[in-house]
Ligand binder design. Structure first.
Ligand SMILES: NC(=O)c1ccc[n+]([C@@H]2O[C@H](COP(=O)([O-])OP(=O)(O)OC[C@H]3O[C@@H](n4cnc5c(N)ncnc54)[C@H](OP(=O)(O)O)[C@@H]3O)[C@@H](O)[C@H]2O)c1
Length: 299
């Protein structure tokens, strides 16, 4: 199997470049090799590589900045995935693409399933939803994997921000009225490998059905509780040597103004992936421990 991976240096892309290796040949590209702000250029890359599977881990992920850079966010999150889908259709490749819990408005009180109606409340979510829709309309074989609150031992994420701030400030203030599911990039990548393996077998026998799948940990939490868990695991694992923090204060979204609105509730249900693909998910707290254990080992 030949896999073309876009975005090899992102949180999820980095882990995919590791997890996909056992499936066959992986051609992994970064921003210099494939610039999503010039989406037409992606066509030539796909026709040169001739992949069986295209995995798109590229995205414009700066949620607040997107409010002021709507055109660029739309090019990367909507137009480019649409072009990948057109090329996937032409070359009969499977397109694996990632999307987000931020396609929802957060007014629901129970986990969102794949068939719930999206209604994004910020530019990032709107551009990600438009990307999903272009892929769905293209007629290619696709898997759209929605994830949420991604953390990893590298890149830019909430876990690393809290660890850094804990070394810089005595008091931290963290939002306590948004509920979601922290998800380890390693788990997203490992589930992607398994679902590609299954899908490529199904495509050979004509049994494949394109669709959206939620790929998140199990459980749910607030940013405030997540930050407390990070600090307590860091202390337990001896990762707290430079900490000066002595208190974390909860704050509401209305008191903590940010350029982009966020959904109050964006928990994604894992029922479909567990039933259809027989893939089990891991509790977010356990995933966080594993991630921080990796950080402890690698220094
Ligand atoms: N992060 C989250 O909390 C979160 C939550 C829900 C869903 N998701 C989705 O999960 C997927 C993976 O996200 P992630 O957390 O791995 O994001 P990330 O760490 O921000 O990585 C994004 C990747 O996109 C690349 N990129 C950005 N602009 C580009 C451009 N113009 N041309 C080529 N490459 C470009 C970046 O390249 P550089 O490395 O060169 O910057 C990076 O490799 C995305 O679809 C995202 O929407 C993420």
């Amino acid at each position: 199997m030949k896999i073309l991976l876009f975005g090899k240096n992102g949180q999820v892309g980095w882990e995919l470049n590791r997890s996909l290796q056992p499936l066959g040949e992986v051609v992994a590209l970064n921003r210099e090799d494939a610039d999503f702000s010039s989406p037409e250029s992606l066509r030539q890359i796909i026709s040169d590589v001739k992949p069986d599977v295209i995995v798109n881990a590229v995205a414009y992920t700066a949620v607040d900045k997107a409010e002021a850079e709507e055109e660029l966010a739309a090019t990367i999150n909507s137009v480019a995935p649409g072009i990948l889908a057109e090329e996937a259709l032409k070359t009969k490749a499977l397109l694996v693409h990632y999307s987000t819990d931020y396609v929802f408005d957060g007014t629901k009180k129970s986990p969102y399933s794949e068939s719930d109606e999206p209604n994004p409340i910020n530019v990032y979510g709107q551009t990600k939803l438009a990307g999903e829709q272009l892929i769905q309309a293209s007629g290619c074989d696709y898997l759209i994997l929605r994830t949420s609150w991604v953390f990893s031992s590298r890149g830019s994420n909430f876990l690393l921000s809290i660890l850094r701030l804990a070394s810089e400030r005595k008091q931290l203030t963290v939002i306590d009225d948004q509920i979601g599911v922290p998800t380890w990039a390693v788990n997203v990548a490992d589930i992607t490998k398994n679902i590609i393996l299954l899908s490529e077998k199904q495509r050979l026998t004509g049994k494949f059905i394109s669709g959206i799948y939620n790929v998140v940990s199990s459980g749910a939490t607030t940013w405030f509780d997540f930050s407390n868990k990070i600090i307590s695991i860091a202390s337990e694992f001896g990762l707290d040597s430079g900490f000066v923090v002595d208190q974390i204060n909860p704050i509401s979204s209305s008191e903590y103004q940010m350029p982009a609105k966020r959904p109050f509730y964006s928990v994604l249900s894992t029922e479909k992936i567990e039933k259809v693909c027989r893939i089990s998910t891991i509790a977010w707290e356990h995933a966080l421990e594993c991630c921080m254990n990796v950080m402890k080992k690698t220094g």
